[in-house]
Ligand binder design. Sequence first.
Ligand SMILES: Nc1ncnc2c1ncn2[C@@H]1O[C@H](COP(=O)(O)OP(=O)(O)OP(=O)(O)O)[C@@H](O)[C@H]1O
Ligand SMILES: [Mg+2]
Length: 248
Amino acid sequence: MTPGTAPRPILRIEGLNAHIAGQQVVEDVSFTVPTTGITALLGRNGVGKTSTIKAIIGLIDRSGVVELDGVRVEKEPTYKIIRSGVGYVPEDREVFSKLTVAENLRLAERDAAPRRQLVEELFPDLLARSGQMAGTLSGGQQQMVSLARALLNTNKILLVDEPTKGLAPKIVAEVAETLAEAAKTVPILLVEQNLQVVRQLAAGAVVLSGGRVVHTGNALDFLNDDGLTQRLLGVSTETAPHEKGAAL
Ligand SMILES: Nc1ncnc2c1ncn2[C@@H]1O[C@H](COP(=O)(O)OP(=O)(O)OP(=O)(O)O)[C@@H](O)[C@H]1O
Ligand SMILES: [Mg+2]
């Protein structure tokens, strides 16, 4: 790195466009994800957060630049992008419900030396449940399986889509804690609607509206700007009860 220049981001997206069923769902999206920490991808329902993640790894038709660790990958097929070091934790978890926890994890191992010890340390509860069918786990436990699957491999970045969706507050806190630990080992692009979790975890924020980027910057600065969060997310962070520590 030349002195005085910003470090190269782990992921650079430029002019990303994507279509689903003839409708443009991602429009001229550009942002970067730094090599460390958690970057939040925010926006109301249906603005194109999941589509952006899918477009990055080529799961939906797209055009534009996708640069991973300085290498252009947008012409590569999905499996090559994934193999070059992208861990994807999809919305709604997607574990194999009729397989055990151990089988789910074993199927996810891609590297010659999967990081089983890290996963065992991060997810002691899963270790205790290794023989249990994944479909009989709670939502939070399934989310842990999904995260563990991505963390078994050495990745350049994780793309994690709404990991706390539909979980009880206590479990949300556990998932957030696990993400914080995971982020010490790999940068994460995190789609998250729970702003308390964003506040706890994210350094940077990218906000989408109508398939376009409408704001990028420091996550806390964004969350502390009540007018901006109200306008772009339709929520007031000033009055959110969990922000004030009030009973739910
Ligand atoms: N398979 C599909 N067929 C048709 N339209 C789709 C499909 N998937 C997504 N869309 C549309 O694309 C747009 C973006 O959806 P996307 O799932 O990316 O939004 P999102 O920001 O992830 O929303 P949410 O917060 O609800 O998860 C929405 O208008 C959605 O209705
Ligand atoms: Mg989504």
